[in-house]
Design a protein around this ligand. Structure first.
Ligand code: IPE
Ligand code: IPE
Ligand code: MG
Length: 243
């Protein structure tokens, strides 16, 4: 919490909503002669620490990209291993954490209908445990930004709306009511968004670091936050000194 105080006096807004493209598990494994599945397993291990570190910075909404609508293109064995890993991660880590921490809740964003039934039910079990708590972790699972926008528009139409607005459509996004991310971090060095939060990223600060996701540590979190606070967010306007 003291870190939040230190950084917010520098003039930038405080940081409330962060999203992460957790990329680089495969390359991490390859460098070590391990299977891609081992890379995903190593990637899962750093998640709880990363959540804790961002919470220390005062973040209340963390959105993690776990599996995209395009990741089904991967070999069957890898997809099956990821689904199994996520199932056990929810069962062994997410559900106990929600039970132990009174201020934490989890939401799975994306199209759950295509997930294996057991995983879909596990996601719902975790979501139903707690809602509307101060710290929200959105897990993007079978998530695609384009899919989300189409899904939102179709739901709005089904509800009888005939004229869409930004404000209205925002309320139909999977991420609602979490605010748009202040910062989107991508690990693994690739300079692209890969269909993540296309609607919500309009004015997010993009931070790409070369660190592969399983190696993401406290120093990387600190580096990303420092970089964020060095940015001038103008939202299309002007810096105060130029007005
Ligand atoms: C991200 O790591 C995890 C998922 C997409 C599920 P990758 O598996 O994409 O790792 P790289 O990019 O091949 O290193
Ligand atoms: C983005 O990573 C998806 C996740 C991290 C879950 P990818 O590895 O799928 O992205 P591309 O294919 O390199 O763009
Ligand atoms: Mg990748």
């Amino acid at each position: 919490m003291s870190k939040l105080k230190d950084t917010s006096v520098e003039g930038n807004n405080k940081i409330n909503s962060v999203a992460i493209i957790m990329d680089g598990n495969g390359r991490w494994a390859k460098k070590r002669g391990l299977s891609r599945t081992e890379g995903h397993r190593a990637g899962a291990k750093v998640i709880s620490t990363v959540i804790k570190l961002f919470r220390e910075y005062g973040v209340h909404h963390l959105t993690l990209y776990a599996f995209s609508t395009e990741n089904w293109k991967r070999p069957r064995e890898e997809v099956d291993a990821i689904m199994e890993l996520i199932y056990f991660y929810i069962d062994e880590h997410v559900i106990p954490a929600i039970k132990e921490q009174g201020d934490l809740c989890v939401k799975f964003i994306g199209d759950k209908s295509a997930l294996p039934k057991s995983l879909r039910e596990k996601c719902i079990e975790a979501e139903e445990l707690a809602k509307d708590r101060p710290f929200v972790c959105n897990v993007a699972l079978n998530y695609g930004g384009r899919d989300e926008i189409i899904h939102a528009a179709n739901r709005a139409i089904a509800d009888g709306h005939t004229l869409l607005s930004e404000e209205l459509l925002s309320r139909y996004m999977y991420t609602y009511p979490s605010p748009d991310p202040d910062m989107i971090i991508r690990t693994g060095g690739d300079l692209r968004i890969s269909n993540f939060l296309l609607w919500q990223s309009a004015y997010s600060e993009l931070i790409v670091i070369d660190t592969l996701w399983p190696d993401f540590s406290r120093s990387d979190v600190d580096r990303c936050v420092t970089e964020y606070f060095s940015r001038h967010r103008r939202f299309g306007g002007l810096d105060p000194e130029d007005q």
